[in-house]
Design a protein around this ligand. Sequence first.
Ligand code: ADP
Ligand code: MG
Length: 397
Amino acid sequence: MNNNKPLDTPIVCKGLWKIFGANPKKILKEVDPTWSRTEVQEKTEHVIAVKDVSFQVERGETFVVMGLSGSGKSTLVRCISRLIEPTQGEVLVDGVDTVTMAEKDLIDLRRHKLSMVFQHFGLLPHRRVVENIAYGLEIRGMRRDERLKKAGEVLESVGLSGWGDNYPRELSGGMQQRVGLARALAVDPEIMLFDEPFSALDPLIRREMQDELLRLQSVVRKTMVFITHDFLEAIKMGDHIAIMKDGEFVQIGTPEEIVANPVDDYVRDFSEDVPRHKVLTVNSIMNRDCCSCSENETAANALALMDKHQSQAAFVVDQHRSYQGTLTRGQAMTNLESGSPMNQIVQQETAVSPDALIETLIGTATRINHPIPVVNSENKLLGAVDHRAILLAIEGS
Ligand code: ADP
Ligand code: MG
């Protein structure tokens, strides 16, 4: 196999098309780009399953492809491992185009670099759990004792210790999918492809499996492509999400970008169901023009600033805009006469990061009744979040 050194972008997909039908290459040349998928189907009896899709997946990230049933997600993910032959386009895995790859290299790629988890588990019914997990290692030619040892370790990591000798049918759906996950992990692949792995599971088990995969991913840091038709699952699992419709990507972005700025009604319809405070960060609601004052200011001037900003507090900063503490209206009033220096009267308070999710502010907001200061990693004051903005984010959910 081509031993190009690994790039930091293990998957690059360029201009990928998949057309099903008798003569896809011919249709690709002739098709009018303005025709809808239904029109193409009616006029040519071909289905455009994937239409000119381009994207890339960075190492260690989870890239989610989300769309309604029939939008082309399974076809797309199968084109990555070439279980389906693309009609046109490039799929670079670690810089090597799989579309033009020799069969031998392709087998090698599937054995060593990629592994896949399917919706319907795909376990071998006559093999015990531990042998199912060891299957990929067996194909690679690993010795029996070695592969069973490795399978046992992976079994433990997915929370199934003690179930190795059972047969798949003796396990619940959720447990069977844990086996599916373990089998994919056992070969220690660089890239994992998931095609709606949790869609067949009950909601509670499903949530448990999502949490389990997030936990595993925080340890193994694989490059993952995760397919789902569930927007909330996409938001929860994805570092980046691509929204797919009729074979095309209509939007790619972080969960926050997509929820905050859906490109069209199709995306908006999904994002409306999302509790915004669980997705949006402080950055999107903070007031950059908050009431800040210098540490050399008098209490009287600080009060005047608060009036101007209609704020219940002023955030005291030094000459480098480094956050020193919060001066409330009450403290300012008490100290009007004293003339005490600011650094003796302000109190240091929990400041939050602009990257924190809004929902993490709720606790702080119930404790204090003035805006919450926002600082960067160098403790520089960036702005403040008032309670109204938090409530609006929650109400807009
Ligand atoms: P999804 O996984 O998003 O539900 P699929 O990739 O399975 O979507 O299917 C995309 C479109 O391609 C659908 O219209 C489907 O009917 C069609 N399709 C999928 N596989 C085939 C096939 N082997 N032959 C013909 N049409 C297919
Ligand atoms: Mg599918």
